[in-house]
Design a protein around this ligand. Structure first.
Ligand code: ATP
Length: 421
């Protein structure tokens, strides 16, 4: 094929499944007085897409919209029912890591067996094996049956293998890192390095924050069809509007919920109460040590404030592995119902957080004369990497605010304003 610079081309691609007969189908058939054939479920319909080499495409949509189906079609795990698919180059698929492993075989044997699936000859696979084993960091276990692996070891080996191929195309379903502690950070770094080296990226996530940070274009799927395809900021804004209008507290909230996967950090505040000794600290980790909010005479995590009157100060103490680059701290403020009102991040504001030799640091965020209107609000705090993408620790609803006001203004914020006649 002539070099067109196109990495992925989908034309009229669809995927449908024949549904099983259900009891209500029999009832339906009785009512109709004839059998019903070929009940089809269209997971994906009429998708047209061209992705150039080095482009990053984000895929968003509600549960069941067809995102995973699209990724699987690109990776060749599924074949389209209609349309054509052209994919140029080697793919690293970070989908169901290790799904094809045979539990009775050793890690080494499993990796060898996967060579052809990764497009590697046996000699090439043999050459890469030491690096894969080294990256996975599973030591002697590599010669044990994988059924004896912890889930962490399993995912580490599968990730090391999937990303060992210097892929032209990287397909990521939700998680930007896998495993925990030091491996989570290493896997995140590897994903970023592959992207920076020019891999074409297909990234599906419920976190529109991550999608917007990483992708230049975004595809929005709705009930298996393309609802919108365009510049990331534009599609994300339209999607958030749409989601915000019909649900609360879920996918539409860029930093909240969607951005946090169970793999991305502990969600409790370590040592937040007096007398609690933090557990031992492992390399590659970061944690939130304490959280405190202040406003006027009040100190704590639950404050009652009057709109526009007090400055709200949030204090965050953290600890990160001193070997890591300076972390970032992010906050997301939402209504109790889950609608995001505002967010801020030290990385975004160009602030480099200082840490002492043990990796301890603190930061305070001041929200002057907090102009929120009456109602209840929650603030989430995140301790993240220097790019604000990989979360070391999360503190959902770290702070709760109850706002009161004098006037009759409606909404969530009292916008500074001036009338003139
Ligand atoms: N093997 C299958 N047989 C029948 N229907 C399927 C099959 N796999 C997926 N589907 C259906 O196809 C639709 C799209 O599924 P898909 O997993 O691609 O959605 P998604 O956008 O990735 O959802 P989520 O965000 O929940 O992961 C869903 O309605 C799902 O139930």
């Amino acid at each position: 094929m002539a070099d067109t610079g196109i990495a992925i081309a989908l034309s009229g691609v669809g995927k449908s499944y024949t549904l099983e007969q259900r009891p209500w189908h029999r009832l339906w058939q009785q009512l109709l007085g004839r059998p019903i054939h070929g009940l089809q479920h269209h997971a994906l319909q009429g998708v047209n897409l061209e992705l150039r080499r080095g482009e990053s495409l984000g895929i968003i949509g509600r549960n069941g919209a067809g995102k995973s189906t699209l990724l699987q079609l690109v990776c060749g795990v599924l074949d389209p029912s209609t349309g054509t698919r052209k994919v140029e180059g080697r793919i690293a698929a970070l989908l169901e890591l290790g799904a094809g492993f045979n539990p009775e075989l050793s890690g080494r044997e499993n990796v060898r067996l996967n060579g052809p699936l990764l497009g590697l000859s046996s000699t090439e696979m043999e050459r890469r094996l030491p690096e894969i084993i080294e990256f996975a960091g599973i030591g002697e276990f590599v010669d044990q049956p994988v059924r004896s692996y912890s889930s962490g070891m399993f995912v580490r080996l599968a990730f090391a293998m999937a990303t060992s191929v210097e892929p032209d195309i990287l397909v990521i379903d939700e998680a930007l890192s896998v495993g925990d502690g030091v491996f989570a950070r290493r896997s995140f770094d590897r994903i970023m390095a592959l992207k920076e080296r020019g891999a074409t990226v297909l990234f599906c996530s419920h976190s529109t924050y991550h999608i917007e940070a990483l992708c230049n274009r975004v595809l929005w799927l709705e009930q298996g069809r393309v609802r919108m395809l365009g510049a990331a900021a534009e599609v994300v804004a339209a999607y958030n509007d749409y989601i915000g209008g019909e649900t609360h507290g879920g996918e539409g909230n860029p930093l909240r919920t969607g951005g946090v996967t169970p793999m991305q950090g502990a969600d409790e505040v370590v040592g937040a109460s007096a007398g609690v000794h933090p557990p031992p600290f492992r390399p590659g980790e970061g944690r939130i040590l304490s959280l405190q909010a202040r406003a006027g005479q009040q100190v704590g995590r639950h404050l009652k404030l009057h709109s526009g009157r007090e400055d709200l100060v949030l204090d965050v103490a953290f600890q990160v592995d001193p070997a890591l680059p300076a972390p970032s701290v992010l906050m997301a403020l939402a209504t109790r119902a889950g609608t995001l009102v505002a967010s801020a991040g030290t990385h975004n504001d160009g602030l480099v957080l200082e840490r002492d030799a043990r990796g301890n640091g603190r930061v305070s965020l001041t929200l002057p004369k907090l102009p929120l209107l009456k109602g209840e609000y929650v603030i989430d705090i995140y301790l993240a990497c220097e790019r604000g993408l990989h979360y070391y620790a999360t503190a959902p609803s770290a702070f709760e605010l109850q706002m009161t006001q004098d006037g009759l203004e409606q909404g969530v914020v009292n916008l500074g304003h001036r009338w003139a006649t």
